[in-house]
Design a protein around this ligand. Structure first.
Ligand code: NAD
Length: 415
């Protein structure tokens, strides 16, 4: 069925997924959601950079054909007040890859976050946040170059499942009575109640994705981050299921940290991945003091939420932290910051977060040459101290430029 408002490009071919494997044609059609607020500025600048890198890396043999799909305020204008039209989901199911700017979550009126809706409807169960330092980027750490991790955060359950009962409500009273009378639980009167579901199914598919990523990218370890010492049957179970996936499905290429010392005397055999685990509180200290001991981290929703923003701050802040939400058939790459409404259409903000989400996308497509061109050109631009306002105020002798001029400088530095 044709789309109502979405206009597919006249050229380009659909990406396909067969038995879980992605097939990327040389002229793929890729969907994008511009985003609200600063979305227009950062998407316009980033698309110029991605296109220039692809053109340069493959001499025109490859090209992305962009297809705009709609969500947020732009969707509401086009679709008569509907912020999340059904055909946006349909386009993502059909075209498999999307990239998006930030979306406003309308306050009040019973709106769910558009971002959360997208993740749930398309079952994008793994939130992937790489955290690495780019030379020249202002950082509070002495040696930020030691940080190069990728956080896999489970996206569909934990206390984010929305199973909560307000103190005083009839549902709360019913559940409290059941917990007290039938389960022998003790807690204060009028406590708000929330449920934290952690399943073997969701834990295992997340850890499976993290281990597969580590294998594909030649990473050395996967650390399961949990609070299993306190929450034994949820976070502790996540740890147990994580080790089970590693042993049962990747037994020939994974070793545990105990194996590493007991069998291999601390020398990791070539081609293996060490599976280890750390308690969620201490990991924050470790990531500050010895980040080079960590590589891929896999964790549940709440831990992952805290950890990814904290780690991003070590290497330049959420302004440039990229991210993606990935399922088995659809991947959505996205800026991790919000819409920064006060900077809307001022051509002022840093496009870094969206730009690097696009770099993640190019890597996901195996278009490494284009991805690497952007990484190198970005570093060169920062070393020349040509930066947007957010970096300029942290650097001495910087030349402050707007979003579009920053993009132009990056493109120039690809030569
Ligand atoms: P925000 O990230 O939009 O802005 C906070 C501040 O961070 C800004 O005022 C600005 O100083 C700075 N900032 C953000 N992005 C920047 C960039 N690219 N370059 C330079 N500086 C940047 O967070 P907020 O003010 O809490 O939220 C505003 C709106 O964004 C809300 O409607 C919220 O729901 C939405 N939001 C969306 C997403 C998303 O779509 N993924 C994420 C967070 C918030």
């Amino acid at each position: 069925m044709p789309f109502e408002k979405i206009v597919p490009p006249s050229e380009g071919t659909k990406i396909t997924v067969e038995s879980g494997k992605l097939h990327i044609p040389d002229q793929p059609i890729i969907t994008f959601i511009e985003g609200d607020g600063i979305g227009y500025d950062i998407m316009t600048a980033s698309r110029r950079i991605w296109d220039a890198a692809v053109e340069k890396a493959y001499n025109g043999a490859r090209r992305i054909h962009w297809m705009e799909i709609y969500s947020g305020e732009k969707a509401a204008q086009l679709y008569d007040g509907n912020y999340m039209p059904e055909e946006t989901f349909e386009a993502l199911r059909q075209y498999h890859i999307g990239i998006k700017g930030p979306l406003t979550t309308p306050v009040g009126g019973g709106f769910r976050s558009l971002n959360v809706t997208l993740r749930q409807v398309l079952d994008l169960y793994a939130c992937v946040r790489p955290v690495r330092w780019y030379r020249g980027v202002p950082s509070p750490l002495k040696d930020p170059g030691k940080t190069d991790i990728v956080i896999f955060r489970e996206n569909t359950e934990d206390v984010y499942a929305g199973i909560e009962y307000e103190a005083g409500s009839a549902e709360n009273k019913k559940l409290a009575a059941f917990l007290r009378n039938e389960m022998g639980a003790q807690f204060f009167e009028d406590a708000g109640l929330g449920i934290k579901p952690i399943s073997a199914f969701a834990s295992k598919r997340l850890v499976r994705k993290a281990i597969q990523y580590a294998l594909d990218r030649g990473r050395k370890s996967v650390t399961l981050v949990h609070k299993g010492n306190i929450q034994k049957f949820t976070e502790g179970a996540f740890r147990k299921w994580g080790y089970e996936v590693a042993a049962q499905e990747f037994g020939d290429v994974t070793i545990t940290e105990d194996d590493l010392w007991e069998k291999y005397n601390g020398k990791q055999p070539e081609g293996t991945i060490v599976i280890k685990d750390r308690i969620a509180d201490i990991i924050f200290q470790h990531l500050l003091l010895r980040p080079d001991e960590f590589d891929v981290l896999a964790t549940m929703n709440l831990n992952g939420d805290y950890l990814s923003d904290a780690a991003a701050a070590h290497v330049g802040g959420v302004g440039i932290a990229p991210g993606a939400n990935i399922g088995d058939e659809v991947a959505m790459f996205e800026a991790t910051h919000g819409t920064a409404p006060k900077y809307t259409n001022l051509d002022k903000v840093n496009p870094g977060s969206l730009l690097f989400s696009g770099v993640m996308m190019l890597e996901y497509m195996d278009w490494w040459e284009a991805a690497n061109l952007i990484n190198t050109a970005f570093e060169k631009t920062i070393e020349q101290k040509i930066v947007t306002y957010d970096f300029a105020r942290q650097m001495e002798g910087a030349t402050e430029v707007g979003t579009s001029a920053f993009a132009t400088a990056i493109i120039r530095n690809m030569d």
